[in-house]
Design a binder for this molecule. Structure first.
Ligand code: COA
Length: 159
């Protein structure tokens, strides 16, 4: 049986923090699906297609990942693609309570899918997509927060 995981998120846009989690988790599995949430309550800046394209560029060197989009429940898409593991990144203790609640809810919805938490790299522990957008919108440099390959596209949308 192949060992498949899924890493979900809004990725609006993806940051070095997300990419660190992707780069460190992909080698642990035969295949890693990076799943972009459609229809989030958050009003996204980038369309789903744009978010997928940015992720694709930023992860071009990792060959066992596939970027997909999903709506509805995460456990349903996990089952559809054959993933037995959900990867979530933990940046700080403040993430824990919410992530713990989601992990338990997902376990209740589908006991066959396990949530694995990966700690972020300390450099990215404060990072979020909103922060990157706010810095760029106000003319700040985002080069230390997002991969070089997509920096210009993100900045273009925001400046
Ligand atoms: N590095 C940098 N930033 C990170 C990060 C990391 N490792 N991990 C998370 N973040 C950021 C995200 O960019 C996001 O920033 P933002 O709020 O500025 O957009 C924030 O931290 C929250 O991330 P996360 O908790 O992963 O939320 P999300 O909105 O990106 O994704 C889903 C949430 C998609 C995982 C979740 O809503 C989901 O599973 N939805 C489907 C419906 C469902 O099944 N719900 C659960 C039923 S119990």
């Amino acid at each position: 049986m192949s060992n498949i995981a899924i890493y979900p998120g809004s990725f609006d846009p993806c940051t070095n923090g997300h990419l660190d989690i992707i780069a460190r988790s992909a080698p642990l599995f035969d295949k890693l699906y990076v799943a972009v949430l459609k229809n989030s309550d958050k009003k996204p800046l980038f369309s789903v297609d744009e978010r997928i394209a940015l992720l694709g560029k930023a992860t071009a060197e990792i060959d066992n990942i596939e970027i997909i989009s999903f709506g509805g429940l995460l456990v349903n898409i996990a089952e559809q693609v054959g993933a037995r593991v959900i990867i979530k990144g933990l940046r700080a203790m403040s993430d824990f309570e919410y992530e713990f609640q989601m992990a338990l809810a997902n376990k209740g919805l589908n006991p066959n899918v396990e949530t694995l938490f990966m700690t972020t790299n300390t450099d990215n522990s404060f990072l979020s997509s909103s922060l990157v957008k706010e810095i760029a919108r106000n003319g700040g440099k985002i080069s230390q927060f997002v991969p070089e390959a997509i920096e210009e596209e993100i900045a273009k949308k925001l400046y």
